[in-house]
Structure formats: C-alpha cells, structure tokens
Design a protein around this ligand. Sequence first.
Ligand code: THU
Length: 157
Amino acid sequence: MKIKDITLRLTVADYAELSETDRALVDAARSAVSGSYAPYSNFHVGAAIRLDNGEIVKGANQENAATPSSLCAERTAAYWAHANYPDARFRAIAIAARDGSGREVVAPISPCGACRQALLEYETLAGTNVKVILVGAGEIYVAPSVRSLLPLAFTEF
Ligand code: THU
C-alpha cells in the first residue's frame, strides 16, 4: 500500500494584482450577480465565462419552487455559452456572490460538484486549461484549471 497525495495549488490575489483581462472577467461575474433569481435561498451568484472568440458570457443562479429544477450560476453560464457559441472554447470562468443583505461574500465561494463536472466537460472540449477565478470581497482565488478542482474526475464515457 502507499499513500497518494493530490494537492490543489491556488493563487491568492487581490483584484489589483490580476491581469486586465482577468479583472474584466471578475467585473463581469460581479455584474452577473444582478441576474440571479434566488427567492428561496437569498444567495445570489454570478458567473462569467471568457471564450476564445473574445466574448464574455454571463450567467446567474435561477431557482424554482420545484427545487431540483433550479440551476447554479456556473451551469447557467456554461450551457448558454455553448448553446450560443458552439464553436468557441472556454478559456476562464469567474464566480462571484452576494448574500441576502446584498453584500459580496468575504470568502470566495466555489462551484458545487455538479458544476465542476459540467465545466470539466467544456475544459476537455477546449483541450486546454480553463482558469477558475473565485471572487470574494476579501481575497480572490485563482485555480489553474477545472480539473484541479475535481481530482479523480469521471471522464470515461
Ligand atoms: N449556487 C450557485 O449558483 N453556484 C455555486 O457555486 C454555489 C451555489 C446557488 C445555488 C442556489 O441557487 C444558491 O446558490 C444557494 O445554494
């Protein structure tokens, strides 16, 4: 037997330390939060995806009285992006959130397991890393890829 460690290396940055391109994506994720429909959780999430054609696509969580019909911001953005730009490939995604009082979360939130799995599919399609930028009011975390957030991912089908 042996132990196998799988490590995640995040860059922790201030907004000002990001590149101009990444700052634009963070701005888009923050503005995407206003498209959230979250009357049940009161937790408002926005996501912005940068495509290789230069477009930035935004999404926000959409809730429903039939709870399982709700969808996270990340998948709202990802599915819209591919549905509307099927030939474009994902380059980066930024995720931001505000709580019920309208304040941006201090610690970054990160995508749920289902969103990681969905995003991984588009990263695989892109054939290159899709940077994941998790935005908090305090710190911003930058993960190098979706795969880094989903060790031992299921991809065989
Ligand atoms: N949510 C997202 O949209 N993205 C995440 O990364 C975490 C959670 C949404 C789902 C639900 O509408 C609300 O936040 C509370 O869980």
